[in-house]
Design a protein around this ligand. Sequence first.
Ligand code: CU
Length: 363
Amino acid sequence: MKSKAAIAFEMGAPLRIEEIDVAPPQAGEVLIEVKAAGLCHSDLHAIDGHWNFNSGFPGLMGHEGAGVVVEVGPGVTRVKLGDHVVPFIPECGVCACCRSGKTNNCEASFIDSGPTSRFSLGGRSIHPFLGLGLFSQFAVVREFTLVPVRRDAPFDRLFYFGCGATTGLSSALFKAEVQPGSSVIVFGLGGIGLNVVQGARFAGAKTIIAVDINPAREAIARQMGATDFVNPRTVDGDLVGHLNAMTGGGADYTFEAIGNVELMRQAFDTAHFAYGTCTIIGIAPDADLLALPPTALITGRRLQGAAMGGARGLEHIPQLVDLMMDGKLDIDSLITAHLPVEEINEGYAMQKRGEGIRSYVTF
Ligand code: CU
């Protein structure tokens, strides 16, 4: 079948809208109609070559979306026609990571999706980013990437659970396991960091310090539950000292949600020396190194990372969607622009300029 799609033909180039061919789903595969696809920064990292994704160009980006099952290949059992689904990290259920409960690192997510791509243009294969490729109205994905979700949740909110919202919320709730009454510092208030703030608030944190150089983020951070906002550019002297003074010597939980090693070091240094936990969420360039004095760990600080916030999609995404539908999470305020797919490059330009929080496209 034909499908309207946004294609990355080469590194750094703007996406081009094309009418591509989508082959029918094979065994274990599912054809979905993508109803909304979010513009997550990771697509940009891949397009710009900062993140060496394994499938290459021409690439079909888009890994954050929601849609409806329109056709299933032979042997598919996880979903059926008409199901509403959020594609997420695969959960094959049989690899070592899945069996140990770390489904966010399912080994199937590292399989090169190139040879099995169902997307092509003029006979040339197009590689789906992360095995998904949701910047296409119709997409064939592997069954085990799909999380079925309740049908009354709107697609123009659901898509966000395919990456940003789930990653931020899960980092606070399921990875760091923020405790009631605790103190939290979040570095970087993009579409993920703001969800960390919101997750910490939902978990009952007492102090939530939101840190960003963009003063426009203060209002939304407070709306998400931040009790304090710190702009590093307006702090007199040393930011780490300033934050440690605010938390009485270091926070219980700190998070880095940008992917900058300098900020990671600050997040580490502002976690309490004896019992603080620093969680790294942002994806730094492959070549970067994070330097730390080992004695800072000996004292008891913990440093951890969380791909997709450590979320187990099948288990956690429906829970988080329920919280949104019950009005306990504010997803609406974080979704700031809706664009036709033809304007997808403008959507990414807005993101680079720091305008808005999360935008999404429809076809
Ligand atoms: Cu993402």
